[in-house]
Ligand binder design. Structure first.
Ligand SMILES: [Zn+2]
Ligand SMILES: [Zn+2]
Length: 183
């Protein structure tokens, strides 16, 4: 649950440009509850994403205040739910609350743990050059650098091609240059 919101609010690399893309992402990430699938919902999600992005820049004490404010504004009330084959787990908004509100509250609940465990250094922005996605690194050793598997794979591929190109260039051929362009 903790990873859902940050993953869901990942930046434009996901191509959340249409309601269909949003609905598709939700289906793939298993985010449950009400989905309207319309323009208004998409715009609200974009706004929510921008607001969360701002939170990532805050110091711990500022973040604590902002999280309190976010949870209060959306009337978050933690309670146990059991649905879709999942055993009792935590929800803080009704499943029929607007999607963007549920994103924000779910992220707020995750950030609550981040502040409480003094782990604001785990709030990162994606290390991919072409992505400004945000992530919460919940890995044991704190080594998570990319917002998604997709970004990680893309950067690995680029590094691999660069290495191959350098090797080929060192070998004197121009296959390396071609490889770097055509991949
Ligand atoms: Zn649930
Ligand atoms: Zn990324």
């Amino acid at each position: 649950m903790l990873n859902t919101a940050p993953r869901a609010v990942r930046s434009g690399v996901d191509g959340l440009a249409t309601p269909e893309q949003l609905v598709d992402l939700l289906a793939r990430s298993g985010f449950s509850g009400r989905v309207d699938g319309d323009r208004a919902e998409l715009e609200a999600v974009h706004e929510a994403r921008a607001r969360l992005r701002d939170l990532w820049a805050l110091e711990r004490d500022e973040l604590a205040v902002a999280v309190n404010e976010l949870l209060a504004r959306h009337g978050a009330v933690p309670r146990l739910e059991r649905h879709d084959g999942l055993d009792w787990h935590l929800h803080a908004t009704p499943q029929d609350a607007p999607l963007a509100d549920r994103f924000l509250v779910e992220a707020g609940m995750a950030l609550l743990d981040v502040v409480r465990s003094d782990a604001t250094d785990r709030l990162r922005t994606c290390a991919a050059d072409d992505c400004d996605g945000v992530l919460v690194d919940l890995s044991r050793n704190g080594s998570k650098r990319f917002c998604s598997v997709r970004c990680g794979n893309r950067m690995n591929t680029i590094a691999f091609r660069a290495r191959k190109a350098a090797e080929a260039a060192a070998a004197g051929g121009d296959a390396g240059a071609a490889g770097a362009v055509c991949g």
